[in-house]
Write a protein that binds this ligand. Structure first.
Ligand code: C2E
Ligand code: CA
Ligand code: CA
Ligand code: CA
Length: 278
């Protein structure tokens, strides 16, 4: 009931939040300095809409914190962005994904890997392109084996600059996807100019497919739009057979979600992929 105490409590609470972020940032920096200790990529399959064959995987970053245990990317990626660590973290992801593609190739498994790019990586195009080229060369990969996912809101944020970067990534041969599609407000005219080959429909629309006529209408329209522009469509966050059935009926090219597989460590993914290809 005392205003003074209430204020003090609130302030301490806020400081906890900041301290927490500082601690995460310090530990993440240490992890990166140690070559990525505690960091890992997990891989989630994108399967064909019609055959359920695995056509590629998305790399999703995982961090096993030394004391806290697993911390989700939703928690540590914003910290990395805020504390100037996202470029180093993104570089680690590029190197690790390329190393993994080469490793799988050695096991007779050909999989295209999609990595997620942060807006800050796109704002430093020279460094990004150089890192990608170096990593591809080091592992003797062609750029076609790698793709990059960029969220729709990032792609729209600074349209002219983004267009230039994406053109250069495209020229390198890396294929590009617009992630979380439907949550931003991209104009058709703009979308046409970008060298993207894939749209990923945001999970929020997929979630509502069975219960909302609006969600079904939006998904149908996005798929038709994408196909009219010769783009491939992926539905993310597919969790039920009912959702998959609607998406297949609407000719969605690829499906991704817990219904098929959760993101998993590289070795497990390889076993899963080999099984699914039999
Ligand atoms: P995103 O790129 O949209 O990734 C999809 C997220 O949905 C992943 O969460 C994935 O585990 C989750 N997911 C997949 N299928 C399902 C499903 O059927 N149901 C539900 N409920 N969720 C599903 P995750 O791994 O926690 O990643 C969250 C976000 O963190 C990603 O969203 C991406 O924006 C970011 N992120 C992850 N890895 C990286 C990275 O290496 N670099 C950057 N810049 N961002 C990353
Ligand atoms: Ca993604
Ligand atoms: Ca997404
Ligand atoms: Ca998302």
């Amino acid at each position: 009931r005392s205003g003074g105490n209430g204020f003090a409590f609130f302030e301490a609470h806020m400081q906890d939040g900041v301290r927490d972020q500082l601690e995460l940032a310090r530990d993440l920096r240490a992890a990166l300095e140690a070559g990525g200790a505690g960091l890992a990529l997990h891989y989630q399959p994108k399967v064909a809409g019609d055959t359920a064959r695995v056509l590629g995987v998305e790399a999703l970053l995982r961090w096993q914190h030394p004391r806290r245990g697993p911390v989700s990317p939703g928690a540590f990626i914003p910290v990395a962005e805020r504390f100037g660590l996202i470029i180093a973290l993104g570089d680690w992801v590029i190197d690790e994904a390329c190393r993994q593609i080469a490793d799988w190739r050695g096991q007779g498994l050909k999989l295209r890997v999609a990595i997620n790019l942060s807006v800050q990586q796109l704002r430093q195009p020279e460094a990004l392109l150089q890192r990608l080229q170096q990593a591809l060369a080091r592992h003797q990969l062609t750029a076609a084996q790698l793709s990059c996912e960029i969220t729709e809101s990032v792609a729209m944020a600074d349209a002219a600059a983004t267009e230039r970067v994406l053109q250069r990534l495209g020229a390198l041969g890396v294929s590009l996807s617009i992630d979380d599609f439907g949550t931003g407000y991209s104009s058709l005219a703009y979308l046409r100019r970008l060298p993207v080959s894939q749209l990923k429909i945001d999970r929020s629309f997929i979630q509502d497919l069975e219960t909302s006529a609006d969600a079904r209408a939006i998904v149908k329209a996005v798929i038709e739009l994408a196909h009219a522009l010769s783009l491939e469509v992926v539905a993310e966050g597919v969790e039920t057979e009912g959702q998959a059935a609607v998406l297949r009926a609407k000719r969605c090219d690829k499906l991704q979600g817990f219904l098929f597989a959760r993101p998993m460590p590289a070795q497990e993914l390889a076993q899963w992929a080999l099984r699914s290809q039999q």
